[in-house]
Design a binder for this molecule. Structure first.
Ligand code: SAM
Length: 273
């Protein structure tokens, strides 16, 4: 009992110290946690789920093997497995037409462009991104020389996607990750799929490969007709959700901490830009 009280006491003093040191971030974390809780509640009441079924990466791509030519290992990038998932999916089309919302350094799009016929990026213009010049300076750093890339510097909230006058095999949503942002991008791109073989990938469905970002999941479900929800999955070992028709998968529920069912071998080589 004394140990327990001591523990509570420790937590209180630590909390007070933290509140003095970082009042805004603690307050914001509290609000974020509260909002996340509201999204879980609304997911359960509206859709009776708190996560998507997981497809195993090895079921989606048996003998999974892929290489990335460009990876920064810097903050704000996607996971290696996320970009590999995109690249593998792009390769499954003879002439992949790819649409991406949110490109920043151009890391995901440069990797996909290597195996696609054409790529379109709708991404915030540097002027609207962030007032910090260091943030805007790296815009397109990896993708600026790609020949098969059309970059549209526009906010997806105000962009009229009909002006693209195209349909896409593969769509990657990785722009504004707020509920409103993901809802907007999902609604606006759902009918830009070329046909029933087209795939949509949402980044940041997961906070990690094993935990869900419920605001993003709620936006995905709200943005897609209910009869199509059965085609939504999480892909194991990634933080991505996918929309895939015409396939049957034996799915499972991912819950932290999972017991590993596979291991990856990794080889890393770095070179100066
Ligand atoms: C996480 S970064 C994208 C990373 C990139 N897809 C990758 O994996 O390498 C998010 C990008 O979305 C852009 N963005 C944020 N809100 C947006 C919006 N409303 N419309 C278009 N782009 C947006 C940001 O400026 C940034 O370039």
């Amino acid at each position: 009992m004394r140990r327990y009280l001591y523990f509570i006491e420790m937590k209180k003093t630590e909390l007070i110290k933290l509140l003095i040191k970082h009042p805004v971030s603690i307050f914001k974390k509290g609000i974020d946690a509260q909002q996340e809780k509201l999204f879980i509640d609304s997911l359960i009441s509206d859709y009776k789920i708190d996560r998507l079924p997981t497809i195993d990466l090895l079921e989606l791509f048996p003998g999974f093997e892929e290489t990335l030519t460009t990876y920064s290992f810097l903050e704000g990038t996607s996971l290696i497995t996320d970009i590999m998932l995109l690249k593998k999916l792009a390769k499954s089309y003879p002439e992949c037409n790819y649409l991406e919302i949110g490109s920043w350094r151009g890391e995901s799009i440069i990797n996909v462009s290597e195996v696609s016929t054409h790529c379109t990026s709708v991404t915030l213009p540097p002027s609207e991104m962030n007032t910090d010049k260091r943030y805007t300076d790296v815009h397109g750093v990896f993708s600026k020389n790609a020949k098969n890339l059309t970059e549209i510097l526009h906010n997806s909230h105000t962009f009229d996607f009909n002006t693209l006058d195209q349909k896409f095999d593969l769509i990657f949503i990785d722009g504004d990750h707020s509920y409103k942002g993901v809802l907007n991008d999902t609604k606006k791109t759902f009918n830009l799929r070329k046909d029933s073989n087209s795939v949509i990938v949402w980044h940041d469905y997961g906070v990690s490969t094993e935990t869900v970002r419920h605001s993003v999941l709620k936006a995905i479900l709200d943005g897609i007709p209910p009869e199509n929800h059965k085609y939504l999955y999480h892909v194991s070992n990634t933080i991505c959700a996918v929309y895939i028709e015409n396939r049957n998968f034996s799915c499972y529920r991912t819950e932290f901490p999972t017991f590993p069912n596979k291991k990856f071998s990794v080889q890393v080589k770095a070179g100066k830009i």
